[in-house]
Design a protein. Structure first.
Length: 244
């Protein structure tokens, strides 16, 4: 019986999905964590010094308390591996309370296609056409030169990262089937135009998933599990993401 990628959104699984797409089979053993750990040296947008000291012990056993209790300070909602809500770049959506807590978990979880983008190539409309993404793909994650450069594990922010251009975002919107787009650096949009790609995607309520660590991930079809912090009305939230 023929299996389509649409069917696989109800029955996610790397083996049968890859057969359907005629892609090389990737034998996925257990869980692959594709989220970055949050610490003082974790890369932060526009910072050369990383996140810095954002966690401190409010209560300490060493100081005589009966427990250790940490507190977070000056912690951005777009730290590390994170998800954007429509209100991040669309002000009407922000005032309509279209925050992280209202994102569709059915979109954030399910079959996802990991695609490797050619080196030195931003994700333009032309580049997307050349990738031949199968019709019916709901979730796609782009593995780019950012991963080869190991940008997510470097402290200093690199503005010359690979990402989606405005016409690339418009191409995704026009496709109509893709509802989640992931990338291996801190912004889905190129640094020279942060607004255009974000507005195009978020106006159509396509979910950007940013800051992914893909060094141990081969291209292919996987099951994505992604649960961002349920921050009410927030324009973004850190998330733990895994592949199976």
């Amino acid at each position: 019986m023929a299996v389509s990628i649409v069917d696989l959104n109800d029955r996610p699984g790397p083996r049968s999905a890859l057969i359907a797409l005629k892609l090389p089979e990737i034998l996925v053993q257990g869980i692959i964590d594709i989220s970055i750990g949050l610490g003082p040296q974790t890369v932060l947008m526009d910072s050369q010094d990383g996140m810095g000291d954002f966690r401190y012990l409010r209560n300490s056993i060493d100081d005589g308390d009966f427990f250790n209790g940490s507190e977070l300070k000056e912690f951005t909602a777009h730290a590390g591996t994170h998800v954007d809500a429509p209100g991040h770049f669309v002000n009407e959506a922000y005032h309509a309370n279209k925050g992280i807590h209202q994102l569709n978990l059915n979109v954030l979880n399910g079959a996802v296609l990991i695609i490797e983008v050619p080196d030195e190539t931003n994700i333009t409309a032309a580049a997307l056409e050349a990738l031949h993404i199968p019709q019916g793909t709901i979730r796609v994650i782009f593995k780019t030169l950012n991963t080869k450069k190991k940008l997510m594990t470097q402290t200093a922010f690199e503005p010359g990262y690979t990402a989606v251009t405005k016409d690339g975002a418009e191409w995704i919107v026009k496709r109509g089937d893709i509802r989640l787009v992931g990338l291996d650096y801190m912004s889905i949009a190129i640094y020279d135009d942060l607004t255009g790609p974000h507005v195009a995607l978020l106006t159509d309520e396509i979910i950007p998933l940013e800051g992914l660590v893909l060094e141990d991930v081969e291209p292919g079809l996987y099951e994505l599990q992604c649960l961002p912090m349920k921050l009410v009305n927030s324009d973004g939230a850190p998330t733990r993401c895994i592949l199976r």
